[in-house]
Design a protein around this ligand. Sequence first.
Ligand code: CTP
Length: 410
Amino acid sequence: MATPQRNSSVLLIVGGGIAAYKSLELIRLLRTADIAVRTVLTKAGANFVTALSLASLSGEKVYEDLFSLTDETEMGHIQLSRSTDLVVVAPATADLLAKAAQGLANDLASTLLLASNKPILVAPAMNWRMWEHPATRRNCAQLRTDGVMFVGPNEGAMACGESGFGRMAEPAEIFDAIQDHFAGGTNLRGSLAGRKVVITAGPTHEPIDPVRYIANRSSGKQSYAIARAARAAGAEVVLVSGPVNLPAPDGVRVLRVETARQMASAVDASLPCDIFIAAAAVADWRVADDQNEKIKKGAHGPPELKLVENPDILATISRHVSARPNLVVGFAAETEKLIEHAREKLARKGCDLIVANDVSPAAGVMGGDENTMVIITSDGETVWPKRDKDAAAAQLVEHLALLLTQREGR
Ligand code: CTP
């Protein structure tokens, strides 16, 4: 954690969500660290916490009204927006995010966000469906492009009784993000904060009958490491996993599937997202007429299996008309002509980047703990040094975070 900063100041905008009560604890943490806090309470926020609580904890006047004659004569809203080191919005409701993304200025909070020349950190808080809604995703993408920093949201139980992503980050996390910012650390609390990443992992099992299946070889280790790294970088992570022997990474939503078709529909149901990473070793074919009863050995010799092609998940997501993620990443596990085959896949599947792996037995990647990644885009290829799968995952995630912001034109 960063060293506490003295004499910094924060303008805290408290929006209208049940998580507003957590902002009281945030003020206490900031004051304990000697960070001055001036608060702005929106009309909706006043339904959840009182101006008196905010004033008592911050030791400062609370600002509520854009057209208040007393407030404006004491300190005009332009000055209020600029006489701080950092503007923090917690809870940042879907409505406040939408106003900020659109540049609306019809109340004090939105006007301050538009008028401020200071960095802005938002802690979104809303029902998970509101967080997943394409309108909110668009607004968040716009805000990121505008340089707004995000902390959270987290996954968990919500006041409405539902559960999912949209829960405001805990006060201690927001406090850490503020301190990191003041300590001159990364400009973001995690390079993927506020982003959603969907990852496929492991093999798929295609049934022949209830006791037999065909499958690809895959331990899932590299994909699970990528999921952990993306979560550590602050992303909301959905891991669509075929059958593997690995524990669910902390804070990651794991959707367990067996077949390629189940994997395809779980991925589709997880859209929209910012980054899609197809790291699964999907079986290319399934048995056309898999049997409900165990096939018995008989006088007719071994059964003849008719195979049909499975859906290509990576190609489908790359060409998705209404919800193509901003960054689509594929893997190419090859035993020969690594670069040539990976390049061909980049073009055929329509993805933005291919991570190529040499999986020839001599390389020892399959089931092993180390990996050499070759990053292939339309611009060229880069060979990364061999490292353990966690380190390779961390490097890949940082690379993708950077690429994503570049693509969005920030
Ligand atoms: N992939 C996918 N759906 C499939 C097959 C592959 O999403 N049905 C993805 C993999 O997760 C990987 C990439 O496509 O990111 C390449 O997979 P690979 O098996 O190497 O490519 P194929 O198209 O199956 O080509 P081939 O087996 O002939 O090498």
